[in-house]
Design a protein. Structure first.
Length: 271
């Protein structure tokens, strides 16, 4: 399971002093407390926790705790929002005990005293401000916000605040929001058993929106944008930057959607 084999020991040494460590400690429960006690006494020694492992742990911890905070931002958590969190865990193929940790992190994020600023600041520092990681983090939060079909005003305010804290510009947030909305529509159209002419027209419009490119763009510009998006979401590159291996499938599915949208546009253009 990738970094999970080292998470207890590595997190003890690296994250315990910060808000992410506190959240992870609660999620890991008694096993974490016992391990910390042994480390403090010097009776237990863990292998070095690499910078990549630190970022992976921080990304995982921040993802589910902030998702819980977002879901609670309107004062209640809907079934759709809970479903998105659970679906994300399943897409990661987490073992049952690891799903339990993710669910507890989600619940910690719903707490009234959740330290949002401190969590985001530590996550950004640990991820060295890697822009593609920060963008993917925001895309995941947008999936959660759109679980019930729309980003509501209170959710948008919080998401914009999170972006600002992570160094993602407001313009980029608007682009990401439009791209994720288009991706979800494009996916639903593709899953339909039969497409009407209207569906085909809608899917083409959504394909352009998913790639964040105008229908008037040249073929050369289309290819350039496609390559840039594929590079930004390349699973191996993201894992090398600190994306947990368990979340690689999310990046893989994203690149597949980008490819499908690109092929849809190429077909319409006769390329």
């Amino acid at each position: 399971m990738g970094w999970w084999g080292k998470i207890i020991g590595g997190a003890l040494g690296f994250l315990v002093g910060g808000p992410l460590g506190g959240l992870l400690g609660v999620a890991l429960g008694h096993g974490f407390d016992k391990g910390l006690e042994q480390v403090t006494k010097g009776t237990l020694h863990w292998p070095p926790f690499t910078a990549k492992g630190q970022t992976q742990t921080a990304f995982f911890t921040a993802t589910f705790s902030v998702m819980g905070h977002l879901a609670k931002s309107d004062g209640r958590v809907t079934r759709d929002e809970l479903g998105v969190a659970t679906d994300l865990m399943r897409q990661m193929h987490l073992a049952p005990e690891h799903i339990s940790v993710a669910q507890k992190l989600f619940n910690e994020g719903k707490a009234p005293d959740f330290p949002l600023d401190a969590v985001l600041d530590q996550f950004r520092r640990t991820g060295h401000g890697n822009h593609n990681l920060m963008r993917l983090f925001m895309e995941i939060q947008l999936y959660a916000a759109l679980a019930d079909g729309a980003v509501h005003p209170h959710e948008r305010r919080l998401l914009i605040y999170v972006c600002r804290r992570l160094g993602v510009a407001h313009r980029e947030f608007l682009e990401l929001e439009a791209m994720v909305e288009a991706e979800l529509r494009f996916r639903r159209t593709g899953e339909a058993s039969q497409e009407t002419p209207e569906d085909r027209a809608d899917s083409l419009a959504d394909a352009y929106a998913l790639l964040n490119i105008s229908p008037d763009a040249s073929d050369t510009e289309l290819k350039r944008v496609f390559r840039r998006l594929m590079s930004q979401h390349h699973p191996d590159k993201l894992v090398a930057s600190g994306l947990p291996e368990e979340m690689m499938k999310l990046a893989t599915e994203k690149t597949q959607e980008i490819k499908l949208a690109y092929e849809r546009i190429k077909k319409a253009r006769g390329l």
